[in-house]
Design a protein around this ligand. Structure first.
Ligand code: ATP
Length: 251
């Protein structure tokens, strides 16, 4: 059964309009328009190198677009946007608890708040482990806890389920759904189309730096008369799916 319930349409809390991003002479994003709703999980899907990380970093305000704009229309908050990088890394020499307390202190959280974030990702037992002694999956979970500290109105998660076991992958998507249920806009990327089909309220398909389709995954599926998000993805993506298209190299 579906975990997702489509929330009512609202004004976007974050709006990418006609966004371009170039690295030197190489165009990585071209004319990307993407409204991000509060109360919803918005998922970016697309082949390796299609521009998902670049777009997420632009949405998070970490990378300036070379054209177009990103507008935030959410509440004033100490931390507007939380971000999980694709490869989270923490300063060695500190425990998980100390690390999260540090991030909490930046937004005025008390000492216990970060631990609640750790509990949410199922990692409370690792609170006193050094961050440099965590497994890859555990590090990602600490990264998700870090991204939600200060309860930002927008949370941007770059491949939050990558490297997680099946149970934790599902749990991470449940957390995303829960956050959306409490009014947080969650934008994430993932290659797990089955999990996305269950949890995402909006999906945007990126191909070669452009959004080629977007909408409620059920609507998109129905419109294209296809029976799964995987089939939609395969239909939407152009070119050879066994070759990574490298912008500026492959024509
Ligand atoms: N700093 C940079 N300088 C030059 N090119 C870059 C830079 N960062 C990313 N790119 C290029 O931009 C393109 C898109 O990369 P991006 O990381 O956004 O893709 P992605 O869709 O997130 O890929 P994946 O699914 O593999 O994580 C790639 O061709 C990449 O080589």
């Amino acid at each position: 059964m579906s975990e997702r319930q489509t929330p009512p349409a609202t004004e976007p809390i974050l709006h990418a309009q006609n966004v371009d991003r170039e690295y030197g002479s190489i165009s990585v994003l071209e004319g990307v328009t993407l409204p991000i709703r509060a109360d919803a999980v918005t998922a970016l899907i697309g082949p390796n190198g299609s521009g998902k990380t670049t777009l997420l970093r632009v949405l998070a305000g970490l990378l300036e677009p070379t054209g177009g704009s990103v507008t935030y229309r959410g509440p004033d908050a100490t931390r507007r946007i939380g971000y999980l990088p694709q490869q989270p890394a923490f300063r060695p020499g500190f425990t998980v608890r100390e690390t999260l307390r540090f991030y909490g202190s930046l937004v005025g959280d008390d000492d216990e708040a970060p631990i609640e974030h750790l509990e949410r990702v199922g990692l409370a037992d690792a609170a006193d482990r050094p961050v440099d002694a965590l497994s890859g999956g555990m590090t990602r979970l600490v990264g998700i806890a870090q991204a939600t500290i200060g309860d930002p109105p927008v949370v941007v998660l770059d491949e939050p389920a990558s490297g997680l076991d099946p149970g934790m992958s599902t749990h991470v998507f449940e957390i995303a759904t829960e956050l959306a249920g409490t009014g947080t806009a969650v934008v994430l990327s993932s290659h797990d189309l089955e999990l996305l089909e269950r949890h995402a309220h909006e999906v945007a398909i990126l191909d070669d730096g452009a959004i080629v389709d977007r909408g409620d995954p059920v609507d998109v599926r129905n419109r294209l008369e296809l029976d799964s998000l995987r089939a939609v993805y395969e239909e939407a993506i152009s070119g050879d799916t066994r070759t990574v298209r490298v912008q500026g190299v492959t024509t």
